[in-house]
Design a protein around this ligand. Structure first.
Ligand code: IPE
Ligand code: IPE
Ligand code: MG
Length: 244
């Protein structure tokens, strides 16, 4: 899309979550191995991330790999990990460019199961982009919402055990503060491509009042126009948060 002619919106979500789904089917429909779909999906991720930043969306969360995705064939998992490596190297190579755009990168999820070299690169990318503020780009890797909530509950239970907190004093805010998304606004809009109508363990607590938008398009085929369509739909949603 032409950068000089970006669409404008009467209201923009502050935080958009995207479940990048459909890579495997995209490859299969072309008679290609699944990893080719992930390669293409990674391209779409770069494109949409950049476009969303250009539109002025302040916070994006891309679901890249779930706690359940380890159950896939090892060669597929390895191919996905290689794509992370490639992306992380690119973040380093494009340091100056990203700094100019004000992109801050953060990873959500349990890092301990991720290969050590990737963990180091994740930490490094977060460090070099730490001061930037315009766009916060979250990438959920080995992320599972139930696991995230469970860890938060365990941390709070530990405080109770130590006598530092009373069970009845636990607030919603305290649990929110123990999630990977602590301090981020809740997602306003969650996009899921590929014709699946579920959250698949993505931001379950945070999505309490998120608007959901679905499309049959597979993630590798997802375009800037599709993203605009989702934002247009969001513009017309009437968010009531339980009120009238
Ligand atoms: C999403 O695409 C990428 C990951 C979950 C890592 P899929 O690989 O789930 O693609 P489909 O759903 O099999 O088509
Ligand atoms: C959701 O896609 C996870 C990511 C996109 C990272 P899946 O393909 O894993 O979800 P299910 O299995 O269809 O629910
Ligand atoms: Mg899938």
């Amino acid at each position: 899309m032409d950068k000089a002619n970006l669409p404008t919106f009467s209201v923009l979500p502050r935080h958009v979550g995207i479940i990048m789904d459909g890579n495997g089917r995209w490859a299969k429909s072309r008679g290609l191995p699944r990893y080719k779909g992930h390669i293409e999906g990674a391209r779409t991720f770069r494109k949409i991330g950049e476009f969303a930043g250009d539109l002025g969306i302040e916070c994006l969360t891309f679901y890249a790999f779930s706690t359940e995705n380890w159950s896939r064939p090892p060669e597929e998992v390895a191919a996905i990990m290689d794509l992370f490596r490639e992306y992380l190297r690119e973040l380093d190579a494009r340091k100056a460019e990203n700094e100019e755009k004000g992109i801050q990168v953060r990873f959500l999820g349990d890092r301990r199961a991720i290969p050590k070299d990737i963990q180091r690169m994740m930490q490094y990318s977060e460090r070099i982009t730490r001061k930037k503020h315009r766009v916060l780009l979250n990438i959920a890797v080995n992320y599972g919402s139930r696991q995230e909530i469970l860890h938060g509950v365990q941390a709070l239970a530990h405080e109770v055990e130590k006598g530092r907190l009373r069970a009845k004093d636990i607030t919603e805010q305290m649990l929110s503060d123990h999630l990977y998304t602590a301090a981020l606004p809740d997602p306003d809009l969650i996009i899921r491509p590929s014709g699946e109508y579920r959250l698949s363990n993505f931001l379950l607590w945070q999505a309490a009042y998120a608007e959901l938008w679905f499309t049959d398009t597979l993630w590798p085929d997802f375009t800037e126009e599709d993203f605009v369509e989702a934002l247009r739909a969001y513009e017309h949603r009437n968010r009531r948060f339980g009120g009238v």
